[in-house]
Design a protein around this ligand. Structure first.
Ligand code: DMJ
Length: 470
């Protein structure tokens, strides 16, 4: 039986520091947040090592929680002490997703155990129908980055086997991938897909080609994204749903949220990782349309909402935890002004209820989807902004995120999702991306010795670093 930590002691010890941190950040940005407070020293460079050490010990604690209660399964249910396997049998989502985090955080015993578990147990010779996108970003991405970090050829062999089993997805009439594939039979399904699931494959498939010398992976994934790009509207936007057999749009809703988000991320990052001028041009054109029709300068700051892909007409003013990836990509692209202003908006979203909801309406600043599934994007953006600006306010933001996570989501053996950020009611799941991304980005933000070499690596959308060695 899993017991929660006493919430009272956590509230009592963390609340004043959190409040001071939030107030000093808002004050620094000229935001009104109630009565002025005394100028507490902002968390700065000096605190970094201590915070990094604390995140490292949380990474180790979460990994041990998984090992004790869910070892060999996909994900830990930290409140009930159970586990979840996505497809009835395990594909070791958490160990594969967590392995490079354990390595980068300097946890050699834990990473050795994770790697041994993956090598002993992981097999893709299974009669299961998987979601191509999720398996690509978590498993293929995780295996490739762990191979590059360890040099162990067995990890690359697993990646190659998985890539081979996923290839049938591209055998649609357009070349855009089906959503699902059976790993044993190669049978595909799911013709109605979306830009994110079509366009978020190239970093992993392209890297697999470069590392194995087999060009087929890169060719198929690159073709899929170029076919999708060619179907953008006359004003340059993509919609939310498309039929990969006919190429016909099924939803004209355009935005930078779930279902579209990482399509843009991968245009920018693939252009850089593969030195691909065509992709660079596609990214530039796409960004112009996104900034022209989705960006929304409002009294409460810069946001990116919803518009019709054909007319560009504004259809909704929703923004959420997933959209918070965009400041990172804008910073990666060199637009620090927009990146900073959008991250400020994201931070406002976070501080509405002390932790971010899945979605808000930024015209009313009310939560429209109140859950918090331990998402990483806002932390990822703080990390990029700190790396590019060295502005300590992003360290301060990171400290607020970390303290709120501990306050509201920390349980014995791990962290859990929230069903509702207003009531702070807990759910019962530690998604694999919490170790792959949320804790990794917090660690990389704080550690004074960030091992990520921005000249030669890009992070895939699951925070797996892929190094350009070609
Ligand atoms: C992760 O699996 C990836 O970051 C993906 O791009 C979006 N969803 C989750 C995290 O929120």
């Amino acid at each position: 039986m899993v017991r929660r930590r006493g919430p009272r002691s956590l509230v009592a010890s963390s609340e004043p520091r959190r409040l001071i941190a939030v107030l000093s950040l808002l004050a620094a940005w000229g935001c009104s947040s109630g009565p002025a407070r005394s100028s507490a020293p902002p968390a700065g460079h000096a605190d970094r090592a201590r915070l990094a050490a604390e995140v490292r010990s949380e990474i180790a604690r979460c990994w041990r929680g998984y090992e004790e209660r869910a070892r060999g399964h996909d994900e830990l249910l930290p409140v009930s002490g159970g586990f979840r396997d996505w497809y009835g049998e395990s594909l070791l989502m958490t160990p594969v997703d967590a392995l490079d985090t354990l390595i980068l955080a300097g946890l050699p015993e834990e990473s050795a155990r994770a790697k041994a578990l993956v090598l002993d147990r992981l097999s893709f010779d299974r009669d299961v129908t998987v979601k191509n996108f999720e398996v690509t970003i978590r498993l293929l991405g995780g295996l490739l980055s762990s191979y590059q970090l360890t040099g162990d050829p067995r990890l690359l062999a697993l990646a190659d086997d998985l890539g081979h089993r996923l290839l049938p997805v591209f055998a649609s009439p357009t070349g855009m991938p089906y959503m699902f594939v059976n790993l044993k039979t190669g049978k595909t399904s799911g013709a109605r897909s979306n830009p994110a699931e079509i366009g978020t494959l190239l970093l992993e498939f392209g890297t697999l080609s470069k590392l194995t010398g087999n060009p087929v992976y890169l060719e198929k994934a690159r073709r899929a994204v170029t076919v999708l790009y060619a179907r953008r509207s006359a004003i340059g936007l993509v919609g939310e749903e498309i039929d990969v057999e006919t190429g016909e749009w099924k939803s004209a809703a355009s935005h930078v949220g779930g279902g579209i988000d990482s399509y843009y991320e991968y245009l920018a990052k693939s252009a850089r990782l593969f030195g691909d001028a065509d992709l660079e041009r596609m990214w530039r054109e796409s960004r112009k349309a996104v900034d022209a029709y989705l960006a929304d300068e409002t009294a409460s700051g810069l946001w990116y909402g919803q518009s019709d892909m054909t007319s560009g007409r504004r259809t909704a003013t929703e923004f959420g935890a997933l959209q918070a990836f965009l400041p990172a990509v804008l910073a990666f692209d060199g637009d620090l002004d927009r990146a900073r202003r959008l991250e400020d908006s994201c931070f406002r979203m976070w501080t509405l209820h002390g932790i971010e909801p899945e979605s808000i309406d930024y015209s009313t600043m009310k939560a429209t989807e109140p859950g918090y599934p331990l998402r990483p994007e806002i932390v990822e953006s703080a990390y990029y902004l700190y790396r590019y600006t060295k502005d300590p306010r992003y360290l301060e933001m990171g400290r607020v995120f970390f303290e709120d996570l501990k306050r509201y989501c920390r349980v014995d053996g791990g962290y859990t999702i929230l069903k509702n950020v207003v009531t702070k009611e807990k759910g019962d799941l530690m998604p694999s991306y919490f170790l792959a991304e949320t804790l990794k980005y917090l660690y990389l933000l704080f550690t004074p010795d960030d091992p990520a070499d921005f000249e030669h690596i890009v992070f895939n959308t699951e925070a797996h670093p892929l190094r350009r060695t070609w």
